[in-house]
Ligand binder design. Structure first.
Ligand SMILES: COc1ccc(S(=O)(=O)[C@H](CC(=O)O)C(F)F)cc1
Ligand SMILES: [Zn+2]
Length: 160
């Protein structure tokens, strides 16, 4: 998606518009908070959740065509997508495919924490890494004990 360099502020806000039925609300909120923390630990960025009003990063669970011209594809395939920083309303927003089974453990389904951490990388301006093992590598691979790769750290510290 259109690539803006980075946010012009570091106190970022986000709102969870709706929740997946796959996990309870508190678990989803915690997964998103931990996913933002992955990046907040490496750069001078803060992330504040807002219950309503204008925010930088709008988070939604949606399926198929959902109004941005980038329809989701049902179960598997594309799991989520996110928009780069910028001034347009959709800039920074992250959409998660509701046709996936969202979980946290490594068994069936996809880790909402891992996918969110990757998507929020895009929301912050990161592209894909060519290093397998990096969070920003373009394909999903479950990691039981998640660790950010040095390439991910280099990327976020280059930007902020
Ligand atoms: C580890 O996090 C992710 C890996 C792969 C994906 S994806 O397979 O949905 C990817 C979307 C993306 O790169 O964000 C693909 F292009 F559709 C999403 C999150
Ligand atoms: Zn990606």
């Amino acid at each position: 998606f259109n690539r803006e360099p980075k946010w012009d502020h570091t106190d970022l806000t986000y709102r969870v518009v709706n929740y997946s039925p796959d996990l309870d609300g508190a678990t989803i909120d915690d997964a998103f908070s931990r996913a933002f923390g992955v990046w907040g630990n490496q750069a001078p960025l803060t992330f504040t959740r807002r219950e309503q009003g204008n925010v930088d990063i709008l988070i939604q669970f949606v399926s198929r065509e959902h109004g941005d011209g980038n329809a989701f594809d049902g179960q598997n395939g594309v799991l989520a997508h996110a928009y780069a920083p910028g001034r347009s309303p959709i800039s920074g927003d992250a959409h998660f495919d509701e046709d996936e089974l969202w979980t946290l453990g490594g068994d069936n389904g996809f880790s909402l924490f891992l996918v969110a951490a990757h998507e929020f990388g895009h929301s912050l301006g990161l592209g894909h890494s060519n290093i397998q093992g990096a969070l920003m590598f373009p394909t999903y691979a479950y990691q039981a004990n998640f660790r950010l790769h040095s390439d991910d750290i280099a990327g976020i510290q280059y930007l902020y």
